[in-house]
Design a binder for this molecule. Sequence first.
Ligand code: NAP
Length: 290
Amino acid sequence: MLQLLDGKATALQIKEEIANEVRSLTAQGHRAPHLAAVIVGTDGASMTYVANKEKASHEVGFTSSVYRMSETTTEKQLLETIEFLNNDPDIDGFIVQLPLPKHIDEQRVINAISPDKDVDGFTPVNIGRMVLGEECFTPATPMGICTLLRRYGIETAGKHCVVLGRSNIVGTPVANLLSRKGFDCTVTMCHSKTQNLKALTLQADILVVAIGKAEFVTADMVKEGAVLVDVGIHRVEDATKKNGYRVIGDVKHGEVDAKCSWVTPVPGGVGPLTIVSLLQNTMQAYRKRL
Ligand code: NAP
């Protein structure tokens, strides 16, 4: 029988746990944790993501600040802002919302973030620590996926996990985390050059889909009883909705879900856990600085 990996409910539960910890620490006289975000330009999706992060920060009692910079900001100006945030003792962690405008070198900007404040877990130092199994800030979306599998008690040891996508922020880190001791999956990572993709997805006990193509995965690609994690987020026009759009994933849920044992819905699956993971990483940074 199909069951939901309910990201919304799990996120609420974790936010309550964080809020309780923050309340208890501030009652003892400590300052609140402080998460900052930098956004360059006015891309609609990015502004929504940053607004959601700000809202979640307030919900758990964090101090939150947003540095809004214009589309024409130079790389030098952005690097100066990062330097300022790296050195500001009141800020525990910060994120730079991606994507950045084309004239800015994204990797150079990420490399400038202090690994100790890199709560998105995107810097080479944190990625390196993650691969070595050392203490680190784990990238938020992969961490959210792992949290969902753990909290729902999904059996992972020895299971064949097929990951669709090899991006630095989702596919590559999630493949790494699920193959590590503790999760113990046997992982196959697929990308746009993979041959016979369907033959591989049909072997998946756990299928993680992060390819950025709306409703790409169809029922004929999924094994009966599989655990399905859909990371994709796409807005499609929908005149029946108040805001004029609805959100769909990388999986055609209408026909796929019935074959699965567990599924992350879209929306309300991986998305809410991504934000919560950022809050958890900020708590981790804050505790170190107490
Ligand atoms: P991305 O950087 O665009 O990477 C997509 C990956 O999919 C690439 O590795 C690409 O292969 C692979 N791919 C593309 N077409 C393929 C095909 N036909 N067969 C097999 N592999 C294929 O995407 P991303 O940043 O990882 O994001 C993926 C999706 O997750 C997007 O919809 C994004 O909006 C969503 N997302 C959601 C959250 C959340 O919180 N829920 C967070 C982040 C991202 P190549 O490497 O060969 O190009």
